[in-house]
Write a protein that binds this ligand. Structure first.
Ligand SMILES: *[C@@H]1O[C@H](CO)[C@@H](O)[C@H](O)[C@H]1NC(C)=O
Ligand SMILES: *[C@@H]1O[C@H](CO)[C@@H](O)[C@H](O)[C@H]1NC(C)=O
Ligand SMILES: *[C@@H]1O[C@H](CO)[C@@H](O)[C@H](O)[C@H]1NC(C)=O
Ligand SMILES: *[C@@H]1O[C@H](CO)[C@@H](O)[C@H](O)[C@H]1NC(C)=O
Ligand SMILES: *[C@@H]1O[C@H](CO)[C@@H](O)[C@H](O)[C@H]1NC(C)=O
Ligand SMILES: *[C@@H]1O[C@H](CO)[C@@H](O)[C@H](O)[C@H]1NC(C)=O
Ligand SMILES: *[C@@H]1O[C@H](CO)[C@@H](O)[C@H](O)[C@H]1NC(C)=O
Ligand SMILES: *[C@@H]1O[C@H](CO)[C@@H](O)[C@H](O)[C@H]1NC(C)=O
Ligand SMILES: *[C@@H]1O[C@H](CO)[C@@H](O)[C@H](O)[C@H]1NC(C)=O
Ligand SMILES: *[C@@H]1O[C@H](CO)[C@@H](O)[C@H](O)[C@H]1NC(C)=O
Length: 481
């Protein structure tokens, strides 16, 4: 009874689906909107915000943090409602815009009303610095009530190290070999770029006219996109661009976001992957209580990681733009401001502590679950996923041309050994359980019905066939088989 066992398998699958448990999240994102760093169009006339996170950029990360809270705090109770230093680690590189992005991100994740509060019986005297002055107002402190900070907001530590040794975010700037890999790739892909340049000659002419400035190559156009995206995000005037020119410009942006060779990608991503898998190892071994690892970086981090994960490529961008009809498992857009990659490590069932073979991974880019491990599936076993990435690792000192410092921070990991795991399975509400369950029951019933129906039909066919054989109409038999 093959069909019956299939039905059973379906039932078992539908039950086990609700026992899966999210164990770890690691996210890495690009900072929000900033002042432009390109000199095209009006890029030179905004030095006061050049490279700095703008108000828009702060809001973008606040909203992204809110989205994550909705999904990972409110919906599945993966993280608690309030900040807990044992569970979360936030890292940025030493740029104002990435540090401020991380802070804005976590204002959304831990919004007002969920911050720390004073002990109820504390004398407000203790809330003042250790000296008295007419300019220190006890009344003002009292007026805050028991909220540590106004509106009960929460602040978080954002860790940074010196840019000169920060391989995780800035390896391209640190590694002496990187320039060579870049020029090798440029040579290798010269033809492709020439093709794109020739295809875009009309677009370049139009941009030259619109911006009253020579845009002579797609490289120029790519630099121009930085000003256009910054200005539009920051409420600055940009001359109107016809939609067909804009579509071509979007393609140019996507093309250059992924215009990087394997060695460039490896230099850029290996330190990040080594760190993240290092954390995963510690957490899976039960040596760390961390659940949420957060990295605040740049497009130059997101682009190469998307490439390393096979989420995008210039080939898929060309294919998509020219409707060549080739099938790609993923074809992500370039990393606009506040773009976001999020890794989820799940336990596939209960009681699988410290067992890597029972884990699986899902990865989201800008909210969407991507196909993993070369298959048309958004789930991949942890071991296979880990192997796909680690098999690309090289001797980093040789690859980079310089020894990597130990960026790793073991004190973070040893801070809370021996934490007992709370068995906090997804706490879905009644509807979240009931509706899928009903759907599953219906599908099983329909399958059963179909199964019966097929049996019935097979019987009818058999009868028919016997009749036909009786009358000697032999061809029918072949058709029926
Ligand atoms: C923070 O998380 C740790 C590890 O799970 C837990 O032991 C601790 O009780 C939590 N602290 C608070 C205040 O909930
Ligand atoms: C960041 O802010 C500091 C002042 O806090 C300023 O001196 C510096 O130029 C800013 N830019 C960067 C890239 O850090
Ligand atoms: C404040 O209240 C807590 C709980 O009721 C009590 O344990 C603590 O001793 C009190 N502190 C002071 C300074 O009275
Ligand atoms: C708080 O400080 C004021 C001024 O220094 C003092 O008069 C008062 O006794 C203090 N109250 C408490 C509860 O310590
Ligand atoms: C603090 O409040 C008290 C009574 O509420 C008032 O008499 C005093 O002037 C206030 N002090 C300041 C510095 O505002
Ligand atoms: C956009 O690109 C296509 C393909 O390269 C080209 O044929 C078309 O003329 C371009 N459109 C504009 C408005 O520049
Ligand atoms: C275009 O730029 C030139 C100088 O670069 C300037 O003289 C001219 O006024 C500009 N034209 C428009 C329409 O802005
Ligand atoms: C976890 O901690 C134990 C004891 O300190 C250590 O022996 C083990 O190697 C650690 N596991 C990992 C994956 O580092
Ligand atoms: C992946 O599967 C979906 C249906 O499940 C299908 O529509 C899509 O074309 C497949 N993609 C590839 C690249 O095979
Ligand atoms: C991406 O594709 C390459 C080549 O097919 C493969 O070697 C690599 O393991 C893939 N990476 C991931 C993360 O699946």
């Amino acid at each position: 009874m093959k069909n019956l066992s299939l039905v059973f398998l379906l039932i078992i699958l539908s039950i086990s689906q609700y026992q899966a448990k999210l164990k770890i999240v690691a996210e890495i994102y690009r900072h929000g909107a900033r002042g432009t760093l390109s000199s095209y169009y009006d890029g030179d006339s905004q030095p006061e915000i050049a490279g700095e996170l703008t108000a828009t950029g702060q809001r973008q990360h606040y909203n992204l943090g809110q989205f994550l809270r909705e999904e990972y705090v409110n919906r599945i109770n993966f993280m608690p409602e309030q900040y807990n230093h044992s569970l979360i680690y936030v890292r940025a590189d030493d740029f104002n815009r990435t540090i401020m992005s991380a802070q804005s991100h976590f204002q959304g994740f831990y919004p007002q009303g969920f911050g720390a509060q004073l002990p109820a019986n504390l004398s407000y005297n203790y809330t003042l610095p250790p000296f008295r002055s007419p300019n220190i107002n006890l009344n003002a402190s009292q007026s805050l009530g028991i909220n540590a900070l106004p509106d009960q907001i929460q602040v978080l530590p954002v860790h940074v190290i010196s840019t000169s040794t920060d391989f995780i975010f800035l390896a391209q700037d640190i590694c002496p070999n990187y320039g060579k890999y870049s020029s090798d790739y440029q040579k290798e892909k010269a033809q492709v770029k020439n093709f794109v340049n020739s295809q875009m000659s009309q677009t370049l002419q139009q941009l030259t006219q619109i911006f009253n400035q020579t845009i002579s190559s797609v490289d120029d156009a790519y630099s121009l996109t930085d000003v256009i995206y910054c200005d539009t995000n920051n409420g600055r005037y940009v001359p109107p661009i016809p939609s067909d020119v804009e579509a071509n410009l979007t393609f140019i942006y996507n093309f250059f976001s992924f215009y990087e060779g394997q060695n460039e990608v490896k230099v850029a991503t290996q330190p990040y992957f080594e760190e993240v898998f290092g954390y995963f190892d510690q957490i899976i071994a039960g040596n760390s209580s961390l659940k949420w690892i957060s990295h605040s970086g740049h497009d130059t981090n997101i682009g190469p990681i998307l490439l390393a994960l096979n989420f995008s490529s210039i080939e898929c961008q060309l294919n998509q733009f020219y409707n060549q009809g080739q099938q790609f498992l993923n074809c992500a857009d370039g990393p606009h401001f506040a773009s976001h990659i999020l890794f989820e490590v799940h336990e596939s069932s209960e009681n699988v502590k410290n067992d890597k073979s029972q884990l699986y991974v899902r990865v989201r880019y800008n909210g969407q679950y991507m196909n993993l491990c070369g298959r048309n599936s958004t789930e991949c076993s942890y071991l296979e996923f880990e192997n796909n990435i680690k098999s690309q690792f090289e001797d980093y000192t040789l690859l980079c041309g310089k020894q990597m410092n130990s960026f790793y921070n073991p004190s973070i990991l040893s801070q809370s050994i021996d934490i007992e795991e709370e068995e906090q399975y997804y706490q879905l509400n009644t509807f979240q359980i009931l509706i899928p369950a009903l759907v599953q029951i219906f599908s099983v019933l329909i399958l059963f019905y179909a199964f019966k129906k097929i049996k019935l039909q097979q019987k009818e066919i058999k009868v028919l066939r016997e009749k036909l054989l009786d009358t000697g109409t032999f061809e029918y038999q072949q058709q029926l088989d």
